[in-house]
Design a protein around this ligand. Sequence first.
Ligand code: G
Ligand code: G
Ligand code: NA
Ligand code: MN
Length: 259
Amino acid sequence: LAMEAALRHAVRRNEFRLAYQVKVDLVSGRMSGVEALVRWHHPEAGLVPPAEFIPLAESMGVISDIGEWVLREACRQCQQWRDLGLPPVRVAVNVSALQFHETDIPAVVGRALRDSGLPPHLLELELTESVLMQRVDEVAGVLRDLRAMGVRISIDDFGTGYSSLSYLKRMPIDALKIDRSFVNDIFSDDGQVAEEGASIVSTIITLAHNLRLKAIAEGVETVAQALFLRQRGCDEVQGFLISRPVSGEDLISLFDRNL
Ligand code: G
Ligand code: G
Ligand code: NA
Ligand code: MN
């Protein structure tokens, strides 16, 4: 309960910050984008991880307020990097299923883009499979509107939810993000390719490409994983191998480095 009161304060007192994690294009080897990850700096408790407060924010009915702040801040920051003359990168924002269903997402996104000046093609929304399971035709319509604006849509933690492949086929999306639990299972602890884990990852990449989608791997921690993913045609990677999530300021030094 103390946590609930604190979270209500946090929304009003703006105690949130964004961290950014780099995504690298496996063909060019360059930074292609970043994922914005929200952080709550509680005045006494310190850093509260999103896994703790996002579910609470959802149950308290404040997730859409937080989500809108995240979206607007990510767009503002990404446009600021452009204003600094840095090479253009896409910024990806997580949208919770609840936020997706209870707000007019295209309107909120449209305002965030207009107010920040960020071109729509530099914004990506990461949705979980759970978004795709309810009100399928309505969701497909919203996704079509977003893509018509130029915004990219990816499915986060792909393969861990319960969405059926028949929904996937009907959804206007751009990319599948391979969940880090799968990436972690490509190799066994002794460094050998783990037959089953490796084939699950290869199959998701093939599925993505056959549906004309990009494949993005998350949780990449080793060079061996990155090489495996490149060899299988995975388009982009993200993970501790390249960078941990960092502040918007610290990200600047990662721009011109050849990752
Ligand atoms: O930030 P961290 O790497 O600890 O992320 C933990 C979880 O919180 C991930 O599942 C991530 O997708 C989620 N998350 C991080 N930032 C946001 C956000 O802004 N909105 C939502 N809905 N989820 C987020
Ligand atoms: O749910 P989502 O996939 O958005 O989760 C992002 C979470 O994964 C964040 O908590 C982030 O800190 C974490 N993360 C990012 N890269 C790695 C990685 O390479 N290894 C591990 N174990 N966690 C990672
Ligand atoms: Na995510
Ligand atoms: Mn994910």
